[in-house]
Write a protein that binds this ligand. Structure first.
Ligand SMILES: Cc1ncc(COP(=O)(O)O)c(C=O)c1O
Length: 471
């Protein structure tokens, strides 16, 4: 079927591509009213796609009225679908614009960090669970719910966290949020006012700085090194006590360090002496490549730590699902804050996720994607080492975990002009300096995310990086 083209490299699902191609044939009049469509089996064989893709594309055409089904005989083009020449040009123009824009985005290799492998999202399993939950959920699931979220989900998260992260908690200590971002916003609302102080890793995600600063709080940056927060440089305990210390101890963002136990204990001692909380952002700790995931800080000091978890990296950021694990005395204040914010997170999404975890799909999925990330990480590290081993001051940091690494090129400053040159060469990389609170220390470092970049593109991206940096 030479008239149908399917491009596996395009970031458009195959079902959508096939549907669009078939629809274009019908609109152009290449397929006339009453004409029989090939069987889904034949179509799948010819295009070397799964039969489900063909069935789904036909069902979409059927649902939108382009084709009709005749009992036991297959699908036929519906009557009156032909679009005249004038409109046809319009359609072509729209298609070519959307393709052009897709092409231009695919031709640039984007090493944005924190994006998981979107193409691996378990659509079929998730879809079946959503359907099942929708059929079986009690009536209460369709009404207003509790701000802390469904007990079913809080119970499975509790068991999951204990098993995988050593987090000690009861379901009553959990509040379900719309991702870690909402958890951070709720923390800011409950614990910060104008003039509050937050001790925080430097560098740290720009967005997190913005969320805390929006309350009028003052950030007290503490430098991070290859191991994470440099606890020796925490402010003196006699200084104005902070409301909390913010850390990413499993995998510092962006530098990638893992906080060693000695520093963890020092941090806990500091929090006890200053009577403040520790906010532990555990955004991607499942992905460790050289050892088992590191136990949480929360498990060492349940009464001091506010633990943030997210399903954005281990499943999909589009789901917007995360949670807070709170010391008991804070629970009620966070339930109120969540209620004020958006009443509660979507109940059907919560129940679907609970089922997904309970039936073992999450851990199976994590194991599957971890293999892929390990390969992508290896490809990236090898390509960088091969290409830049002769470059003075070249160093890779934080490669043992997560979905990104940091590369330092001593002597090179990643100015906006240099980043633009890289972008013009078709490779998008992100400067660590963008996340610095005290400027000037990290101008030679780049964040390179690999979670959502194929091995082929990683190789090509490193070549493009070299083409600019070698001059
Ligand atoms: C350190 C860190 N915390 C939290 C988040 C936010 O995650 P979410 O998508 O769950 O809001 C991110 C996003 O990349 C992150 O890098």
């Amino acid at each position: 079927m030479a008239w149908l083209t399917i491009d596996r490299e395009k970031p458009i699902p195959l079902i959508r591509q096939l549907f669009t191609e078939l629809r274009a044939n019908i609109l152009r009049g290449d397929w006339q009213a009453g004409q029989k469509l090939p069987s889904t089996r034949k179509l799948a064989e010819e295009l070397k796609i799964s039969r489900n893709v063909a069935v789904d594309a036909y069902e979409q055409l059927y649902a939108e009225g382009y084709i009709e089904s005749r009992q036991g005989s297959g699908y036929y083009v519906s009557a009156g679908i032909y679009l005249e020449q004038h409109a046809r040009h319009g359609t072509d123009a729209i298609l070519s614009i959307s393709e052009a824009s897709t092409d231009s985005t695919t031709s640039t290799i984007d090493f944005r960090s924190g994006v998981p492998a979107l193409e691996l999202f378990p659509r079929t399993t998730w879809g079946k669970i959503v359907q099942r939950v929708c059929q079986d959920a009690p009536l209460s699931a369709f009404g207003y719910g509790r701000p802390e979220g469904r007990l079913e989900l809080r119970q499975v998260i509790c068991r999951y966290l204990y098993r995988t992260r050593g987090v000690q908690c009861r379901p009553e200590q959990i509040v379900i949020t719309s991702g870690a971002t909402q958890a951070l916003t709720l923390i800011a609302k409950v614990l910060l006012t104008k003039g509050s102080s937050v001790v925080i890793e430097d560098p740290i995600t720009q967005d997190i700085q913005t969320i805390f600063k929006a309350t009028g709080a003052v950030l007290q940056p503490v430098p991070t090194d290859d191991l994470g927060l440099v606890t020796e440089q925490l402010p003196g305990t006699e200084a104005h006590p902070p409301s909390f210390v913010f850390v990413t101890p499993s995998h510092q963002f962006p530098l990638g360090g893992t906080l060693p136990i000695q520093r963890r204990l020092q941090l806990i001692r500091y929090a006890r002496e200053t009577d403040c909380y520790i906010v532990e952002d555990d955004y991607d700790s499942e992905f460790r490549y050289d050892s088992a995931p590191i136990s949480s800080l929360q498990g060492l000091a349940e009464e001091r730590v506010i633990y943030i978890g997210s399903f954005s990296k281990i499943l999909s950021p589009g789901l917007r699902l995360g949670y807070l694990v709170l010391p008991t005395e804070l629970v009620e204040r966070y339930q109120n804050a969540k209620w004020f914010s958006d009443l509660h997170t979507s109940t059907l999404d919560q129940l679907s996720l609970a089922t997904f975890i309970e039936e073992g799909h999450l851990e199976k999925y994590i194991n599957r994607v971890k293999k892929l990330y390990r390969k992508r990480r290896q490809t990236l590290v090898h390509a960088l080492e091969r290409t830049f081993s002769e470059t003075r001051g070249f160093r890779i940091l934080g490669a043992s975990a997560g979905l990104h690494i940091v590369v330092s090129f001593a002597g090179i400053h990643f100015t906006p002009e240099l980043l633009e040159k890289l972008s013009d060469a078709g490779v998008r990389v992100y400067p660590v300096e963008e996340h610095a609170i005290c400027p000037g220390r990290h101008t030679d470092k780049l964040i390179i995310g690999y979670g959502n970049v194929s091995e082929e593109k990683i190789e090509e991206g490193v070549k493009r990086l070299y083409s600019v940096l070698s001059f």
